[in-house]
Design a protein around this ligand. Structure first.
Ligand code: G
Ligand code: G
Ligand code: MN
Length: 537
């Protein structure tokens, strides 16, 4: 028997289920990361906008003061003071000339001022510049944002925005989604965590979202609670989805690797690799001892399992429809054998059809296409077993009629083996009736079987059907059948199923009218059997 491995079936199924679950979990994790990124991105924009409102407002105030640059401090001091006091966020505003801060919104007019600009702002360029400073004039160790609006290469307005506003903004943006937020210019950062300037590389380590605007960069990191919340959101969806997919794929895999599917693939492969061979069991005319035909029987020479009997694969091939293709390939083998012309003219070849063949005209077309005009010289007989229930009797009747129209007679195979026998005789028009070996009396005093067999013979004669007795094994059975005028017989008494090369000499040896007694027939046949079929095939 061809070996199907249950262990492999379970192992592969387990693997598929595990991999599916892992993939779905990975997808779930990617979804969490994606959702988290989207949230952080949005928070970063919110933070940037909040800080930009402060910087823009300060910038606008400084732009308003540029008209006073270069003017005498005592003249504009009052206006500058008003601007510094009334504009929000400013600690102080300064006029700059020739690279020096010479006039302030917080110092008295009479006080001489000549302070250098915060270092990093120099050299001055056109366009607003900004830098974090740790201290400002008059205020030590309190971070501020220095914003410089130049009017020329060396002149302009400088404002110090108090760091408290920025820290407060960073703090207010931070919510339960966020671990920290930071605003960075150059190498320095202000964060939501402390009111002091920090090195940017330290402060923004582990940032998950960063956004750079014209004057500064905002960055932030998500909180573990955000990740936990997203996992809690997505876990039920992905876990249930994953479980369903994994179970479905598991079932599909398990079924794909089931013994039936395994056999299906093996059979399909066997057809492709020409592992199926046809054997022929001679059919004898009882009255004359002539061999008038043979029944083609399939044998599977499997490379690993060896010789496989039809019972092991024919029902499977019938169940999954491969029987159509299998029969097609057997027809080709039979055609190739018969076309050699070595058999006596008029020699019959019986083929076994399955219930599936009777559902449409495919088999009629196949026979016509493959066997064609060979049928005139070596007529086919279509054996239809009564073991299987014919589903569509109208279609079956049509197929049989089509076959008969083409000179292919039909035989009811295995008669009496199952329950369909009598009904089949009524519904279908068979030319032959093959009595199942079960109904051949085995001993002289086997009265019950003999009575049944007598009735079957009587019934067939009344119906005008020719009888073929199957599984004839003893001289006693042959004698009984001859007494009852049964026309044909096949069985081990005459010959086992043999290869075509063995069939030809057998058919020629039994073609003449000389071999009329069964004794002679069996004497001729017996030596062939052990030689050609060491084990029954
Ligand atoms: O040859 P035995 O040889 O063991 O055959 C067993 C069963 O397989 C029988 O019922 C026979 O009718 C069936 N069988 C053998 N060859 C074929 C075939 O080519 N097609 C179909 N459908 N059945 C076959
Ligand atoms: O298609 P069908 O069911 O008629 O197939 C015939 C089956 O009977 C095949 O399996 C074939 O090998 C088997 N067979 C043929 N002759 C004999 C016989 O004399 N005795 C027994 N027991 N089986 C036989
Ligand atoms: Mn048969």
């Amino acid at each position: 028997m061809i070996q199907h491995s249950r262990v492999a079936q379970w192992l592969v199924t387990g693997l598929v289920v595990t991999v599916t679950l892992l993939v779905v979990l990975l997808l779930g994790w990617l979804r969490v990361v994606g959702a988290s990124q989207a949230i952080l991105q949005e928070e970063t924009e919110r933070q940037r906008d909040a800080l930009e409102r402060i910087v823009d407002s300060a910038d606008t105030a400084l732009q308003g003061a540029t008209a006073w640059v270069g003017r005498n401090c005592s003249e504009v001091n009052g206006a500058l003071q008003a601007e510094g006091t009334l504009s929000p966020y400013f600690r102080s505003i300064w006029l700059v000339s020739h690279g020096k801060m010479y006039c302030s919104s917080v110092a008295r007019t009479d006080q001489a001022i000549d302070m250098p600009l915060p270092n990093e702002l120099v050299p001055l360029l056109t366009g607003t510049r900004a830098i974090f400073v740790a201290s400002t004039p008059y205020v030590r160790d309190a971070p501020a944002l220095a914003i410089f609006v130049p009017t020329s290469a060396t002149d302009g307005v400088l404002g110090f925005v108090d760091g408290v506003y920025l820290t407060e903004s960073l703090h207010s943006v931070k919510n339960s989604n966020l671990e920290w937020t930071a605003m960075t210019i150059g190498k320095l950062s202000l964060t939501s965590e402390a009111p002091t300037l920090e090195s940017a590389s330290v402060a923004t380590r582990g940032a998950q979202s960063t956004l750079t605007s014209e004057l500064f960069t905002t960055s932030l990191a998500g909180s573990p609670s955000l990740t936990r919340r997203l996992i809690a959101n997505y876990a039920p969806i992905f876990l249930s989805f994953g479980a369903v997919i994994a179970v479905l794929l598991g079932i599909l895999t398990f079924r794909h690797l089931s013994p039936a599917q395994f056999m299906r693939r093996q059979i399909a492969l066997g057809i492709k690799r020409n592992e199926f061979k046809v054997y022929y069991q001679p059919v004898m005319e009882l009255a004359t001892g002539r061999c008038t035909g043979a029944e083609a029987l399939v044998r599977w020479h499997h490379p690993v399992a060896g010789l496989v009997r039809p019972d092991a694969f024919i029902p499977i091939a019938e169940g999954n429809g491969l029987i159509i293709e299998l029969t097609r390939s057997l027809l080709k083998l039979i055609r190739n054998d018969v076309a050699k012309g070595a058999l006596p003219q008029g020699f019959h070849i019986a083929i076994n059809l399955a219930e599936r063949h009777l559902r449409d005209n495919t088999i009629v077309q196949d026979i016509e296409r493959i066997y064609g005009s060979l049928n005139d010289t070596y007529p086919l007989i279509a054996e239809i077993t009564e073991r299987y229930v014919i589903r569509d009797s109208a279609a079956a009747r049509n197929v049989m009629a089509e076959l008969q129209r083409r000179g292919i007679e039909t035989a009811l195979d295995d008669f009496g083996a199952e329950n369909n026998s009598i009904g089949y005789l009524k519904r279908y028009d068979f030319n032959y009736l093959k009595i199942d070996k079960e109904f051949l009396p085995v001993t002289e005093d086997d009265v019950v079987t003999r009575n049944i067999c007598d009735s079957i013979i009587d019934l067939a004669e009344r119906m005008g059907m020719t009888i073929v007795a199957e599984g004839v094994e003893s001289e006693m059975q042959a004698k009984y059948l001859r007494q009852r005028n049964v026309t044909y017989a096949q069985g081990y008494l005459f010959a086992r199923p043999i290869s075509f090369d063995e069939l030809v000499p057998f058919a020629i040896a039994h073609a003449g009218a000389g071999l009329t007694t069964v004794k002679q027939v069996s004497a001729t046949v017996t030596p062939i059997t052990p030689l050609t079929q060491p084990k029954a095939v």
